[in-house]
Each structure stands twice: as structure tokens, then as C-alpha cells.
Write a protein that binds this ligand. Structure first.
Ligand SMILES: [Zn+2]
Length: 496
């Protein structure tokens, strides 16, 4: 007899057998029990979480006359349930990845009008529905808007964000979650039990962990492990299948990063990459291992979660005990953060190496002393001092000199050399009419009139809301000076 892959052999055929999606199964089951089946469903979620399997079960359950007696499950015995695959004319499965054109969607629209052959519903299961072209979506939308009574659509997708809003609004949406590792482990153990395969608890846990929430992945790894060992399946056998050398190197790399052994970091990365390890994958494996370290560090019963063999866990714990929680969090943060960047980077290896070295040097602690020194240095920079003075200077609005200083401070940032001349040669006062008066020399008067009048007026208006007068100072003539001197009784002559 031909070998049947474990994944196909242990594919769920009833709702009871679907793993880890209780929230969805409960609703679907109730809809069948209460005869409240909708016309369109959208199943979304990561690959291998049971979307298509659930769609197939649901498709048979809606048509099985004994489903209600079986708590919503298809009975598996009646003529409807027994006819599988293409022989069942009422269940049409299609893959939008290969049939994404508008013609195909039009074809559905036409054929859906014919009533089902055996059951109550004609069910269309469209896998990877996000691959449909725009035209095909439009044609499908027309069908979803006015479906015949007997039509039932189950759209499955891993990329729900690519589905047009018009389609989304017509569907009852279900989000399939990643399956918890514990449930995956139980499932793998159940399969091995049924197959009569001996295994260690740790081996199964390692398989479940590698499945990363996907039943399909976990079972296909289990399948590969199955044939590796003739006797009892051990943890090390699983590592062999998953790539043991890389696992050890990841441990060595993590250790180098956490202990700031820079030379080792580059050596380990180099050896992993030259073995053909993808940098993104490497980054992910390292992040996962760091997370295990963090778990070992902070959880009192860590190994109940990690389920590692005692010696492996002891080594992990020892490494974790030598590092601070902050450092681990810092490292995880840095490596997880470059995940997306690695995908688009032209030189992912360099990015990864640089990150590893940066993490090695950093402590994850905020260096308060260093921070304090930097703040002090910034405060001492001249331009910041001016900024500080400007912000604390309070203008006394009854004092023209204070107003003038306010204007000067707020214009200081302009760094205009000609303005400096203005400050030096202007005398300010209130005149008899209480106007703010600027008295200046001829050249400054000319400068203000032609260049700075508007700016000065605007600035002065911030502190003083009366009139502003700009006038030339009377420069005493030589004869005036002579007259003053003679009044003082002196007879001094000045030579030029
Ligand atoms: Zn049946």
C-alpha cells in the first residue's frame, strides 16, 4: 500500500477533531444545529491552522441530513458524507492561485444558479482567495450580492488585507489562530500513539515547537522524524531532522552575543552562513533562543513550558543566570526589530552582524551618569545658553531699556552683523507723549529706515502697544562744542 503522509491521514474529518480553534468551531456548530447558515464565510489566518480542513467539514455538515444528531458534525456514513473529492458535485473546491481570472469567476456565477445534486447547499470553497484578479473579485461580488438560496461560499485566505472591503462586508469572518505548542504536542503524541511509535516527551515537544503554531508544519516534521529512528524517537533525533549543527551554533552565537565575545560572534555567524543558513532564519532562530533564555531566567517552572531534556535545560539555565533580564530584553528587542529590515536589505548579513555586535556592546541599561554628562554639556553650549536666557528674561514694560533688551534677545538668533550696529548706537526712551523713542545716529537711522524698521516695530509691539518713534540724534556741531567749552572758562583748542 502506498505511503500516506501523516498530515493527510490525520486530517480532521469532524469538528471534534479540529485543534485549537474552539471559538470558531463553536459558532459553526451552532449555526448548523440552529439552521442559521449564512451564504458567505471568510476564513483567514496563518497557513496550516485548519482553514481548508474546517471549510471541508463545514461543507459536508451543511449537506449531511444527520448532522444535527451528531452535534453538528457530518455523520461520515450517509451518501452525502461518503462521496468525497470531485465525486461530490455539491462541493466545489478551487484554488484562486491557479484560477484567478475573471472568466473563472463568471463561470462560478453562471453555474451557481443550478441547484445542488444531493444536499441542500452548493458549496464553493475558494482557497487563497486574495489571489483573485480585480475583475474576478468584481464578478464574485455580484454573486455574493444576490446569491441563490442554495449557494454557500467559503473563502479562505492567509492575507486578509488583500481582500476588497466590498467582499469583506458580505462575508462572515473567522480568524484562525496559531495553535498553542501544548496542543500541537498533544496532537503529535496522539498520532504517534495511533501509529504505534514510541517517543520521548521532549522529542514531541521539540516537534511541536518547530511547528510554530501550524498543525500542518508540526505534523509534517513529525512525519520526517518518524522514519529517522527505528526505535524510540528521542530529542536528539528531532534535532537531527531540524538541523542539529545549526542548533548548537545558535547556542554558541547567543552565548557570544551575551558575553560580548566579538570575535566569536563573527566566527559563528560566518560558519552558519557558509553552511547555507539564511540570515533571516538565523535572526529568527537566535531571537527564539533568546526568548527561551528569558523564560528560563524569569519563570520558576520554565522547563514545564520549554520541555527540554534535563541537560539541555541545565545549560540554558546556566547561560541565562549569567545575564541580566534587561540585557536579554534589550537583545530580543534589537533582533526582533530588524526582522523586516532584513527582508528588504541589500546586505542582510552586514545588518545582522552589526546588530549582533551592537547588542554585545550594549547593556540594555540606561546609563544615567552618561546621560547626565551629556545634558550638562548641551546646556553649556553658547547658543543654548542664549536660548535659556531668552526664555527666562522678563520684560519690564514700564522701562524702555528693559523693552529694548527684550527686543534684542528675541532678535539675537538672527545672527545679523548689521543689527549689532543698531544695538550699539540706539538710545531708547519714552518721549513726552509716552511714545517709545529710538534715538540714533545718521547711519543707523538710515539702516533702520531702509532695512529693520518693520522687524523692530513688530518686535517692540510684543512688549509695548503704543506709538514707536525713530529719530536722528542731534549731533553737536564744532561751534556748539566751542561755545560750551568757553562757558566753562577754558580756552582749549582741539586739533583734528
Ligand atoms: Zn452524513
Amino acid at each position: 500500500m502506498a505511503y500516506v503522509a501523516l498530515y493527510r491521514k490525520y486530517r480532521p474529518s469532524t469538528f471534534d477533531e479540529v485543534i485549537g480553534q474552539d471559538h470558531i468551531i463553536k459558532t459553526l456548530r451552532n449555526q448548523i444545529l440552529q439552521d442559521k447558515v449564512s451564504h458567505a464565510y471568510l476564513f483567514c489566518g496563518t497557513r496550516g491552522t485548519g482553514k481548508t480542513s474546517t471549510a471541508k467539514i463545514f461543507a459536508r455538515a451543511v449537506n449531511c441530513p444527520h448532522a444535527k444528531e451528531n452535534n453538528g458534525n457530518p455523520c461520515g456514513k450517509c451518501s452525502v458524507c461518503a462521496t468525497t473529492g470531485n465525486a461530490n458535485l455539491d462541493i466545489i473546491e478551487m484554488d484562486a492561485a491557479s484560477n484567478n481570472g475573471v472568466d473563472y469567476a463568471r463561470d462560478i456565477r453562471e453555474k451557481v444558479q443550478y441547484p445542488p445534486v444531493n444536499g441542500r447547499y452548493k458549496v464553493y470553497i475558494i482557497d487563497e482567495v486574495h489571489m483573485l484578479s480585480v475583475g474576478a473579485f468584481n464578478a464574485l461580488l455580484k454573486t455574493l450580492e444576490e446569491p441563490p438560496q442554495h449557494a454557500l461560499f467559503i473563502l479562505c485566505t492567509t492575507e486578509v488585507h488583500k481582500i476588497p472591503a466590498t467582499i469583506l462586508s458580505r462575508c462572515m469572518r473567522f480568524d484562525f489562530r496559531l495553535v498553542p505548542t501544548q496542543l500541537l504536542a498533544e496532537h503529535v503524541a496522539h498520532i504517534y500513539d495511533a501509529e504505534g511509535k514510541a517517543y520521548s516527551k521532549e522529542a514531541v515537544a521539540a516537534i511541536a515547537q518547530a511547528g510554530e503554531g501550524s498543525v500542518r508544519d508540526a505534523v509534517s516534521i513529525a512525519d520526517r522524524c518518524y522514519s529517522v529512528s527505528s526505535g524510540k524517537l528521542e530529542y536528539r533525533d528531532v534535532l537531527g531532522v531540524l538541523g542539529v549543527s545549526s542548533k548548537n551554533s545558535i547556542v554558541a552565537l547567543a552565548k557570544a552575543v551575551l558575553t560580548n565575545a566579538t570575535a566569536d560572534i563573527l566566527t559563528e555567524i560566518n560558519s552558519l552562513v557558509s553552511e547555507g543558513k539564511d540570515v533571516s532564519r538565523l535572526n529568527k532562530d537566535l531571537s527564539l533562543y533568546l526568548r527561551d533564555l528569558l523564560t528560563a531566567k524569569v519563570c520558576p517552572n520554565a522547563n514545564a513550558m520549554l520541555m527540554l531534556p534535563q541537560d539541555v535545560f541545565a545549560a540554558l539555565k546556566e547561560l541565562a543566570d549569567g545575564v541580566t533580564v534587561k540585557k536579554l530584553l534589550y537583545a530580543i528587542d534589537k533582533f526582533v526589530n530588524i526582522e523586516t529590515a532584513l527582508k528588504y536589505s541589500l546586505s542582510p548579513l552586514m545588518l545582522f552582524e552589526a546588530t549582533a555586535l551592537r547588542v554585545a556592546c550594549g547593556t540594555g541599561e540606561v546609563d544615567y551618569d552618561g546621560l547626565d554628562k551629556r545634558v550638562t554639556r548641551l546646556e553649556q553650549l553658547p547658543h543654548n545658553l542664549t536660548a535659556e536666557n531668552r526664555s527666562v528674561y522678563v520684560v519690564d514694560k514700564t522701562d524702555p531699556k528693559s523693552i529694548w533688551r527684550g527686543v534684542k534677545l528675541s532678535l539675537d538668533g538672527r545672527q545679523d552683523p548689521l543689527l549689532v550696529g543698531v544695538w550699539e548706537s540706539v538710545k531708547v526712551s519714552f518721549n513726552a507723549e509716552h511714545s517709545f523713542t529710538l534715538k540714533c545716529t545718521e547711519s543707523t537711522f538710515w539702516l533702520i529706515e531702509n532695512k529693520y524698521k518693520k522687524i523692530l516695530q513688530t518686535e517692540i509691539a510684543k512688549f509695548f502697544d503704543g506709538k514707536v518713534v525713530i529719530e536722528q540724534e542731534n549731533v553737536p556741531s564744532q561751534s556748539d562744542i566751542d561755545k560750551q567749552l568757553s562757558q566753562l572758562g577754558t580756552n582749549v583748542k582741539f586739533d583734528d
